[in-house]
Design a protein around this ligand. Sequence first.
Ligand SMILES: CC(C)(COP(=O)(O)OP(=O)(O)OC[C@H]1O[C@@H](n2cnc3c(N)ncnc32)[C@H](O)[C@@H]1OP(=O)(O)O)[C@@H](O)C(=O)NCCC(=O)NCCS
Length: 147
Amino acid sequence: MIDFSSLRRDAIEGLIRLENAATPFPWTARNLLDSFESSANAYLIEHQGESIGYCVVQRVLDEAELLNIIIFKPFQSQGFGAEAMQKLKQELAGSGIKSLFLEVRASNLVAKTLYEKTGFTMINTRRSYYRVANQKAEDAIMMRCIL
Ligand SMILES: CC(C)(COP(=O)(O)OP(=O)(O)OC[C@H]1O[C@@H](n2cnc3c(N)ncnc32)[C@H](O)[C@@H]1OP(=O)(O)O)[C@@H](O)C(=O)NCCC(=O)NCCS
């Protein structure tokens, strides 16, 4: 069973090390610090008392945006991402959120599959949204789930 707990600022460095091993496009410590300094909420995703990932959500009125979700490498592809997403949706719906939005790289097939399986549908494409020096620009797929 999945639990959420508040992500503490002093856990950031360790989380970023795990994130670097989990994805080719990791957030930086600065990205996470910015979420503490904005109104976003960051949660540790836990399974049997162990940290297996984290997610960051920004709420605005009755809508929310999932800014990031990571399941750390040793725990991927075991259903934890889907379980965490269902729990997050339940918690957001319970606090009055009506729609959850997110953006995903067009090439991130695992994440896109996860989102489609958990009730998200594509609403738009931002052409060449992700630009990194010396790499081909990549589209962002915008998705929404009605809670
Ligand atoms: C994307 C991510 C959060 C998914 O979490 P996860 O725990 O690995 O996913 P799950 O095991 O719950 O799988 C959900 C679905 O994704 C698909 N999937 C999972 N692993 C897969 C793999 N290795 N290859 C292909 N499809 C895969 C499956 O269809 C699966 O559903 P199913 O088991 O019912 O068939 C995780 O892989 C991750 O942290 N990736 C790196 C960071 C990232 O890309 N985050 C998203 C940013 S937008």
